[in-house]
Design a protein around this ligand. Structure first.
Ligand SMILES: [Zn+2]
Length: 472
């Protein structure tokens, strides 16, 4: 027994004498991902990490100073096409390539590109139909609408965009549209159909997903149509049905609708008010126990949200912060509904629907921000709130100052933005961004339990201020 011990300690001493050298530093690059394409801006941010955190590090020969976590952030000047960064630390060398491409075609390459109508369009009798294309500046550009030739005029603020309009005093079906200019190739566009009356439809899609949009396929959300709602359309654009309510005209995806035959509905439908019966703010005298607050931890499951330099995920930070807010709200007496309590993906409108179905009094979505590729996370670092309507704005304007007071970073204030989780016309909804995860300091601090507690208490205080109608 004794001799074994002796041999053992001798072996230990020898191994210490000839200790293996420490493992070579490990370098991991998070942004821009290898092989990815970023928009061609002057520079883009680069994040990643090195272990150990104090190992010397260079990128293309220039020193990089990692934060104490090992996470690093610097701005990298971009060139068009392939960009290569060579990271070196001791014997470790990592070559990392990605691409930078201009976001939009920089110039019109001497050709005509139809803008409107790109797809088949349907309109009413005598209704002006917009016709537009891009073509080299200073040309005579025309559009053939069936047998008619219509000259286009260059736009005052953009001489490469040419406009005209056409209307029909009688119904027509599938009239071809062709843009042309001498010496350039003719460009066919979407055809025109004009009718006196357009079909009626019934909404078959889900509430919050059937959106009336300001532009076909995209654009602002002008409101939501509830399942079963029936209306008369006034035309179409490609796969989108057009409808004109008294106060707003917009487009709905045909996939969310079923055509009704023989229905006699008024030409101008009344826009359905799905917020009716939902108060914009708690009635006077309401106590916390009378109120249900939905706390939404952003992202989850396959959707990890933004990534920090050390690969910490936004979805994890959101859930941790949301749980602290939940506990703090419960302690203050509120009823709370969490849209998720574990790491799973929940559709954006499913989160909105939970608040609507439960007639929640407020909806608070918890996120951590990150800049776009060309932004500098170090200077962008701030807190901020996003809202879609006045109800959400009123709520956020009470919460935001309370968070700002304890955050220690810049306050970006309350911003109107059309984010899916905030697009709830009924429940006052806001999305809070607590710090930026794509800078090393932010990535470290958002996982700090004491700071999460401070933020949670601030949110509760903000909600209490909102109920009382008293600004801080
Ligand atoms: Zn997010």
């Amino acid at each position: 027994m004794r001799s074994f011990l002796l041999v053992g300690s001798l072996l230990l001493a020898t191994s210490q004498l000839f200790a293996a050298p420490p493992p070579p530093p490990r370098i991991s690059i998070v942004h821009p991902p290898a092989g990815s394409t970023v928009p061609l801006t002057k520079e883009c941010y680069v994040t990643g990490s090195i272990t150990p955190a104090n190992a010397p590090l260079t990128c293309n020969g220039k020193p990089v100073k990692p934060y104490r976590t090992g996470g690093f952030l610097f701005m990298f000047p971009l060139q068009k096409g392939r960009n290569t960064m060579v990271f070196q630390s001791g014997k470790t060398k990592v070559t990392h390539s990605f691409f930078a491409k201009p976001e939009q075609p920089a110039e019109c390459r001497g050709a005509i590109t139809p803008l409107t109508p790109k797809l088949a369009v349907g309109a009413g009798v005598n209704e002006p139909i917009a016709l537009a294309c891009i073509a080299p500046a200073g040309r005579k550009v025309f559009v053939m609408v069936g047998e008619r030739t219509v000259p286009l005029r260059p736009r005052a603020n953009d001489p490469m965009v040419y406009d005209a309009s056409a209307s029909f005093a009688f119904p027509v079906e599938n009239v071809p549209v062709l843009f042309w200019s001498d010496g350039l190739e003719d460009q066919p566009a979407g055809s025109i159909t004009v009718r006196k009356e357009w079909p009626c439809y019934r909404v078959t899609g889900k509430l919050f997903e059937v959106r009336l949009r300001s532009l076909p396929g995209d654009g602002d959300t002008l409101g939501f149509l509830p399942p079963g709602f029936e209306f008369r359309s006034c035309g179409f654009f490609g796969p989108h049905v057009r409808v004109a309510f008294a106060d707003r005209t917009g487009y709905i995806s045909r996939s969310d609708l079923r055509q009704l035959s023989g229905a006699k509905l008024p030409a101008v439908p009344v826009f359905p008010d799905i917020a009716r019966g939902y108060p914009a703010r708690p009635a006077a005298g309401k106590r916390p126990q009378d109120l249900l607050i939905v706390v939404d931890a952003g992202h989850g499951g396959n959707d990890s949200g933004a990534l920090g330099p050390c690969r910490k995920m936004e979805k994890t930070a959101n859930l941790a912060q949301a749980k602290r807010i939940e506990q703090a709200l419960r302690k203050a007496g509120f009823r709370v509904l969490m849209t998720r309590t574990d790491d799973r993906f929940i559709g954006l409108y499913d989160r909105v629907r939970q608040a609507y179905a439960k007639r929640a009094d407020a909806f608070i979505s918890v996120h951590h921000n990150a800049t776009g590729s060309g932004g500098n996370p170090a200077t962008a670092r701030s807190i901020g709130s996003f809202v879609w309507n006045e109800r959400g704005k009123a709520l956020a304007e009470y919460i935001e100052p309370r968070i700002a007071a304890v955050s220690g970073i810049r306050d970006n204030g309350v911003t109107m933005k059309s984010l899916a989780v905030c697009r709830n016309p009924a429940t006052p909804s806001c999305l809070l961004e607590f710090d930026f995860i794509n800078c090393p300091e932010g990535e470290e601090e958002i996982f700090n339990a004491a700071r999460q507690e401070k933020f949670a208490a601030a949110v509760v205080q903000g909600v209490l201020d909102w109920i009382a109608g008293k600004r801080q």
